[in-house]
Write a protein that binds this ligand. Structure first.
Ligand code: OSB
Ligand code: MG
Length: 367
């Protein structure tokens, strides 16, 4: 397919509530939408980078700049038969995986539309309902956390994940576990601890958690391996895994036993599939993470989640949890903790609410 042009579009979108993690509070998402034009078709994606470089070093602004200055010039007016070929044209761009992923993902949508198949078919998935959980940010009080968790369990969500940070860990986990003794429960530290906190983290073993997500630094597989040796609870790696090689090294070292797979963090769908395959070779489960996406990014996550190795509930909770109004026409709502893979047409299977997107756009450029 010959890429005629790439459009970048920024839309500020306000979350319904502030989402607090160990690295900061997010309420205003600066959504970066990418459209690839080829053969009279449009491929869409949403860049997962945040406005602030807290989760990763990339941001909405760095992604825009990288795509404008280095990605678009290597792609526009050139032809690519496969995502592999497209990635090859970007192989000299080191890092900036979220920026590259945004373009690679739009190319997959484009290809699926050209072939008139749903994206999950092209990805090699199996159509099935997707079990999902919720990720609960740091709240004002333990009581508030218990109430939010209980509400989501009553809604049918299959797993509750609590964000933790030093000073907000054992107490809140104990209270939620007491209120919800049967619920699959996990925690996510977003790199807030050090190996010297191992004694405290070992206290979490008492609560039967399915995993502790990314307790240590984003670049520290060695200390994660040491911590895993000291914990009964499985470690799930998120920020540590940017490539199939990271996955292999992490699993080989015993730095964790589970991977949170985010397509934007690993440079797109092709590498996400490779990470998925590496995990499968180790017998390690993966699950699909979230980055507070709007409908475009959530649809992409649901298609990816159809691959067989996604055996744990993902973070693609209902769009209405985060958004007053989404920027697609289809409501991506979980029913009884299950999401349906969007299927209104080929590719991502969703359609943009164009008048809403136009009204919300604060910046648009075509390359
Ligand atoms: O670590 O999984 C994370 C949100 C933003 C950045 C990082 C993370 C998260 C979440 C929210 O946990 C997941 C979601 O519901 O989209
Ligand atoms: Mg995480």
């Amino acid at each position: 397919m010959k890429i005629d042009r790439i459009e970048l579009r920024e839309l500020p979108m306000r979350l319904r509530f502030p989402f607090q993690t160990s690295f900061g509070v997010e309420q205003e998402r600066r959504i970066l939408l990418v459209t690839l034009y080829a053969d009279g078709l449009e491929g869409f994606s949403e860049c997962v980078a945040g406005a602030f470089p807290g989760y990763s070093s990339e941001t909405t602004d760095t992604c825009w700049t990288i795509i404008e200055r280095f990605v678009a010039p290597r792609l526009v007016r050139r032809s690519f038969a496969t995502p592999d070929e497209l990635l090859h044209a970007l192989s000299d761009v080191r890092g900036h995986d979220m920026a590259v992923a945004a373009v690679e993902m739009a190319f997959w949508d484009l290809q699926a539309k050209a072939l008139d198949v749903p994206l999950w078919v092209l990805l090699g998935g199996r159509y099935r309902p997707i079990p999902v959980g919720v990720s609960i940010g740091i709240q004002e009080s333990v009581e508030a956390t218990v109430a939010v968790a209980a509400r989501h369990v009553a809604e049918g969500y299959k797993r509750v994940k609590l964000k933790i940070a030093p000073g907000w860990d054992v107490r809140v986990v104990a209270a939620v576990r007491e209120a919800l003794p049967e619920t699959p429960l996990t925690v996510d530290a977003n790199s807030a601890y050090r190996l010297t906190d191992a004694r405290l983290l070992r206290e979490l073993d008492a609560f039967g958690l399915d995993y502790v997500e990314q307790p240590l630094a984003h670049d520290d597989l060695v200390d994660h391996a040491e911590l895993q040796r000291q914990l009964a609870t499985s470690i799930c790696l998120d920020e540590s895994v940017h490539s199939p090689e990271d996955a292999r090294k992490g699993l080989q070292l015993g730095a964790g036993r589970i991977i949170n797979l985010k397509v934007g963090r690993v440079r797109g769908f092709r590498r996400a599939r490779q990470v998925h395959d590496v995990a499968a070779a180790f017998g390690a489960p993966v699950w699909c993470g979230g980055m507070l996406e709007s409908g475009i990014g959530r649809a992409a996550n649901l298609h990816l989640s159809t691959l067989d190795g996604f055996t744990l509930p993902g973070d693609t909770s209902s769009a209405s949890r985060y958004w007053e109004r989404d920027l697609i026409d289809q409501p991506l709502e979980a029913t009884d903790g299950m999401q349906i893979v969007p299927s209104d047409g080929p590719g991502l299977g969703v359609t943009l609410d164009r008048s809403f997107v136009e009204a919300r756009t604060t910046r648009v450029e075509t390359y």
